[in-house]
Design a protein around this ligand. Structure first.
Ligand SMILES: *[C@@H]1O[C@H](CO)[C@@H](O)[C@H](O)[C@H]1NC(C)=O
Ligand SMILES: *[C@@H]1O[C@H](CO)[C@@H](O)[C@H](O)[C@H]1NC(C)=O
Length: 210
């Protein structure tokens, strides 16, 4: 081989390596599941300044503002219908569902957020625990999410929960947003094998070129 031929060989291999690395990084990095944050939560039946909240005619509506955020820099997210379940926990032994809301399926571009600001009519909140300083609710989000990357197009299950403490104003105690987290087992890392395969293929290519 001439010197120049060798030069070209090296240049081409370097370009091949760079391309392989970019492909692996952009298309095959494991996407993060979207995040769900409760920014506002108001239960008018638990607002003690509201006279009607002391009667059986108390407004049973929960108002909430939830942020759905796709944290990935290079992948859009396909959401199945997002089911939001509100449970009331009047004491340690008792948890019951008081309301549900479903966000229709949608697509979200990379790094984008969506706010769902809605009122849900609930059943059975008042007049439990009127004397307590705060009441506890559990908010659960259940959906399936897939991504624009070919390796992660198939939708994976996402189930996250958080407890929300509501004070005597009917609003959540914490001023800052409450992020929902996974509770128990998810379905593990997806498509790890594809990343490994790609890595092996690019290394093998390298050896062939050298
Ligand atoms: C609670 O009820 C009072 C009286 O109706 C009302 O003025 C106040 O705005 C309510 N609190 C919230 C957080 O909406
Ligand atoms: C209950 O409260 C919600 C939100 O605060 C309001 O939109 C709705 O009109 C109220 N319903 C009644 C029956 O007062």
């Amino acid at each position: 081989m001439t010197n120049c031929g060798r030069c070209w060989c090296i240049t081409i291999s370097i370009l091949a390596i760079i391309t392989a690395v970019i492909v692996v990084c952009v298309y095959y990095t494991t996407p993060s599941d979207p995040t769900f944050t409760i920014n506002d939560f108001y239960v008018s039946a638990l607002n003690l300044s509201d006279i009607s909240s002391t009667t059986t005619a108390a407004n049973q509506t929960i108002f909430f503002d939830m942020k759905l955020h796709n944290t990935n820099t290079a992948m859009g997210a396909y959401y199945d219908p997002v089911k939001i379940t509100f449970s009331y926990i009047p004491n340690i032994k008792l948890t019951f569902v008081v309301g549900e809301y479903t966000v229709p399926k949608f697509f979200q571009h990379n790094k984008k957020s969506m706010h769902v600001r809605e009122s849900v009519v609930t059943r059975g909140i008042a007049p439990y625990n009127r004397m307590l300083k705060s009441s506890v609710f559990m908010v659960q989000v259940s959906t399936k999410v897939g991504f624009t990357s070919p390796a992660y197009r198939k939708k994976g299950r996402v189930v996250v929960v958080a407890n929300v403490w509501v004070g005597q104003t009917g609003e959540k105690d914490l001023k800052k947003g409450i992020k929902l987290f996974e509770n128990g087992v998810g379905d593990g890392p997806r498509c790890l094998s594809i990343q490994m395969e790609l890595l092996i293929v690019s290394i093998a290519t390298l050896f062939l070129i050298m």
